[in-house]
Design a protein. Structure first.
Lengths: 137, 251
């Protein structure tokens, strides 16, 4: 992971260039030039405006349902290895499929997603880690 | 209005005595410079006025310039994508007519920087809490556990919905707690809109330079206290994006 923690601290301190952490600030915060400049404003198209695609609620709900069900993996403990492996493979396939869908979406979203990629990767890593642990002797 | 040739990208406003570090480049890879008026200076670089703007490189360039200046001086950041016809327009339409407003804002923010503290739930811990607290969620999960992945669609949606609702309630409580724990070390607090469902809290703090260490220590303490349930992420010190004043009434 690219996150560096100060020794002994449980707090993540991203070290420089973590665009995913600040993209919201850059796009949503700060002074708006239109409030001051009217006449000489150049209306350059901003692809980031369209990039704010709100994930449909149902997708979110399904994701949480999936996560809640996945608790089985940790809980039962007695789950057979093939089942565990299958779970991981399925999760992997889903991510790949999602990635492809994103590839055909407009450039705006792609840019936004790109900036979020490292964050998503971290999340995925976290999610699969316990399962991976079980696989090891 | 939109002349051919280059236009002027504006990053923010700094005090007139600020200095741009040598070799600092912005969007389009062009050199960053200052355009001064009175006590103020606009931070600008040339840009080809052909859109669209907003690639990863554009965003990174904007962020790099703002953060570089913020380390050196008081930086009032503009929102990404501010382009005007020329550097003169920055003076004529922004700095000259609103000189005192900008000067006051800079004075208010001098010697202060922003931290954002993002708390993310440890999924397993918080989902267990939800199942413990919500009988309906527990029941739905029992029903779903032996069904194949493609069955029980509506129950899955309902279960997820219950979880999201529960997390919303938790987020409210935890955001308040985070704000209260760190407010003593900050001069201003601004809660931010939660970006993700697993967000426990997302709060911006304006911190005096002299209090940075105490603030960071308090974040560490909270991180220890919340460890295993909420993971904290500290971003900063940054330019005071969340604490720029509302623009003056123009017209």
């Amino acid at each position: 992971m690219t996150v560096s923690s100060t020794r002994g601290s449980p707090v993540d301190r991203p070290s420089g260039g973590g665009l995913a952490d600040v993209v919201g600030l850059i796009l949503d915060k700060g002074l708006v030039i239109d409030a001051f400049v009217r006449v000489s404003l150049v209306g350059i198209e901003l692809i980031t405006i369209d990039a704010r695609i709100v994930v449909a609620s149902v997708d979110t709900y399904l994701r949480f349902a999936e996560a809640t069900n996945r608790l089985d993996l940790y809980e039962k403990g007695g789950k057979s290895l093939p089942e565990v492996v299958q779970g991981i493979t399925e999760a992997g396939t889903q991510s790949v499929a999602k990635g492809k869908t994103k590839g055909v979406l407009d450039a705006a979203k792609e840019t936004f997603e790109e900036t979020m990629a490292d964050r998503r990767e971290q999340a995925r890593e976290r999610r699969t880690r316990p399962a991976r642990g079980e696989r090891e002797p | 209005m939109n002349e051919p040739g280059t236009a002027c990208y504006v990053y923010g406003v700094v005090p007139a005595d600020a200095v741009v570090p040598e070799g600092l480049t912005g969007t389009d890879g062009n050199e960053v410079s200052l355009v001064r008026h009175g006590e103020l200076a606009g931070v600008v670089s040339e840009i080809m006025p052909e859109g669209p703007l907003g690639t990863r490189e554009d965003l990174l360039a904007h962020e790099h310039v703002v953060e570089t200046l913020a380390k050196e001086t008081t930086m009032l950041p503009l929102r990404f994508g501010a382009v005007v016809t020329s550097a003169d327009a920055v003076v004529d339409e922004m700095l000259a007519p609103h000189h005192d407003w900008f000067a006051d804002a800079i004075a208010d923010l001098a010697g202060r920087m922003e931290y954002t503290i993002l708390g993310t739930y440890v999924e397993e811990t918080v989902l267990r809490e939800v199942l413990e607290e919500r009988p309906e969620a527990r029941r739905l999960r029992e029903n779903l556990r032996d069904l194949p992945e493609d069955a029980g669609y509506y129950e899955r949606v309902r279960l997820g919905e219950l979880v999201v609702q529960a997390l919303e309630e938790k987020r409210e409580v935890d955001t308040e707690e985070l704000a209260q724990a760190l407010a003593p070390y900050a001069v201003a607090v601004a809660p931010r809109e939660a970006a993700g469902e697993d967000t426990a809290a997302d709060v911006a703090f304006l911190v005096d330079d002299k209090d940075q260490r105490r603030f960071e220590r308090a974040v560490d303490e909270l991180g220890h206290e919340w460890s295993g349930r909420i993971r904290l992420r500290m971003i900063g010190p940054l330019a005071p994006y969340d604490f720029v004043p509302s623009p003056p009434e123009v017209d």
